[in-house]
Design a protein around this ligand. Structure first.
Ligand code: 5GP
Ligand code: 5GP
Length: 238
């Protein structure tokens, strides 16, 4: 009897270890500039909770490997908004979905949890909370403004952008661009590298593919350019 109990205990301990193991090397904490998400051929729609402010917003917290690959869809708990009630206000403000049609953002959060969060080793609540804590600790938009880099439609050197963000983060982030409707490259996403604890910014072991170089536009974003909750596609030139 005692030996059966011991075996059951050991099996339980082993399965807990497997479930909680962090099988990745670091996180990319990815933030998006709403003006660049919106100023594309497909445009954007403001979330039903209201238009995001003129600041970077959260895209996701993504487990990654040092070789540039990444795990995804690791199974476990399916998305449950009920466990997020205490962070819902912050999620709506910092992690709103700009995809069309306008939504309550839950399908965006569900996608991020299912694809990336399930590989993080965190519970769903702790995963979203870790991203919000990081967001609140490092003000990318303010850091750029302090270096004279503003969303005014001008061109800025990517190296200047990276260095300005290093002043905020202590480390160089990855910078990704997309193209506006005229095909001009614009500042789109910032990739901050974070240790597996979900808290400590680290030197990037590898930078994301398709980083941009040279000079790029930092487009204007008007958070009050139209009614925030309708399903109209919004573009910065409308
Ligand atoms: P895209 O191909 O548009 O750059 O990325 C599509 C999606 O693939 C991203 O939103 C993200 O879910 C995932 N993805 C792309 N690049 C990376 C990466 O370097 N690391 C991780 N963890 N996910 C990525
Ligand atoms: P990822 O590229 O992270 O794998 O996938 C992002 C998914 O979330 C896509 O299906 C995209 O349509 C959806 N999505 C919803 N809202 C947003 C948003 O504000 N930004 C981005 N990048 N994707 C969003």
């Amino acid at each position: 009897m005692a030996s059966k109990l011991l075996i059951a205990f050991l099996l339980g301990a082993i399965s807990m270890t497997v479930v909680s193991a962090q099988n990745f090397d670091f996180f990319y904490f990815v933030q998006q500039w709403p003006g660049s998400y919106c100023d594309t051929d497909s445009g954007c729609c403001f979330p039903l909770s209201g238009s995001p402010g003129a600041q970077f917003g959260i895209h996701g917290l993504w487990p990654n490997y040092n070789d540039g690959g990444y795990p995804s869809d690791c199974g476990g708990d399916s998305f449950d908004p009920n466990v997020l009630s205490d962070v819902l206000t912050d999620l709506n403000r910092e992690w709103g979905s700009l995809a069309c049609p306008s939504s309550d953002s839950e399908s965006f959060w569900s996608h991020e949890w299912t694809k990336h969060g399930t590989c993080s080793g965190f519970s769903q609540h702790d995963y979203f909370k870790a991203a919000l804590n990081l967001y609140n600790q490092y003000d990318l938009t303010g850091g750029l403004a302090a270096a004279g880099i503003n969303p005014d439609g001008s061109q800025y050197k990517v190296e200047d952008i990276r260095n300005a963000l290093k002043s905020v983060l202590g480390q160089l982030p990855g910078i990704q661009c997309n193209k506006d409707q005229s095909g001009n490259r614009q500042l789109y996403q910032v990739y901050v590298c974070v240790a597996t604890d979900g808290q400590t910014v680290i030197q990037c072991p590898v930078f994301p593919k398709n980083e941009c170089k040279g000079s790029v536009e930092f487009p204007v974003y008007q958070s009050n350019s139209a009614a925030s909750s309708d399903a109209n596609v919004l573009r910065s030139d409308l």
